[in-house]
Design a binder for this molecule. Structure first.
Ligand SMILES: [Zn+2]
Ligand SMILES: [Zn+2]
Length: 173
C-alpha cells in the first residue's frame, strides 16, 4: 500500500504543519517480522512539517505485538510504539543520505519509511519481562513461578575431572 502525503499548496508554505493518520496492517506494509506477529491494525500518526527546503515527517506507528518468550516459552502480547523522524527533500537525481529521503512531484509516500521503521524496531530477543528466569534445563520448570531445586550450576569441563576425583575420594572415606 501507499501512504501518500500531499506536499503542494498550503502544506508547502514554510513552517506549515499538517497532521496525518493511516490505518494499515503488517501484511499490507509487507513488514512481517520473523519472530513475532503484529496483530490487527497498525496505526500510523504524525505530522508533516514544511522546512522550506523540504519536509520533516515525525510520528509514531503503533501495533499489537504477540510473541513467544525466548526463555520461558510463554505466549505474550504487548502494545508497541515505534517513533520515527525523517527528512524528505525534492529529488535532484542525487541519492539520499542517512536519515533523509527524496520525493518527486507533489506527493510524498511514507510507506517505505514505515516499513523500515516497523521492521528495524523489532527487538532481537523476545522476553516476557527483562529479568525472565526461563525454564530449568534439568526438569523444565518455569523458574519465574518456583525454584524447582535442581542443581543448575554449569559444569566446567576442566573442573569435571577434579569433581570426579573429589567424589571418588569421598566415597573412599
Ligand atoms: Zn519469559
Ligand atoms: Zn529443575
Amino acid at each position: 500500500m501507499e501512504m501518500r502525503l500531499k506536499v503542494s499548496g498550503a502544506a508547502a508554505a514554510a513552517g506549515s504543519v499538517t497532521d496525518f493518520r493511516f490505518v494499515t496492517t503488517a501484511a499490507a506494509l509487507d513488514a512481517v517480522p520473523e519472530n513475532a506477529v503484529l496483530e490487527g491494525d497498525i496505526i500510523v500518526e504524525g505530522t508533516l512539517q514544511s522546512t522550506g527546503t523540504g519536509f520533516r515527517v515525525t510520528g509514531t506507528a503503533k501495533a499489537r505485538r504477540s510473541f513467544v518468550c525466548d526463555r520461558c516459552l510463554k505466549a505474550c502480547s504487548e502494545n508497541s510504539a515505534y517513533a520515527f523522524t525523517e527528512d524528505f527533500r525534492p529529488s535532484d537525481g542525487e541519492p539520499s543520505g542517512d536519515g533523509e529521503s527524496v520525493f518527486e512531484g507533489e506527493v510524498l509516500d511514507i510507506a517505505p519509511l514505515i516499513h523500515d521503521v516497523v521492521l528495524s524496531a523489532q527487538p532481537m530477543q523476545n522476553l516476557c519481562r527483562p529479568d525472565c528466569r526461563g525454564l530449568c534445563p534439568r526438569c523444565g520448570a518455569d523458574l519465574n513461578e518456583k525454584d524447582c531445586g535442581c542443581d543448575r550450576r554449569p559444569i566446567d569441563p576442566r573442573l569435571a575431572g577434579l569433581e570426579k576425583l573429589l567424589r571418588d575420594s569421598e566415597e573412599e572415606d
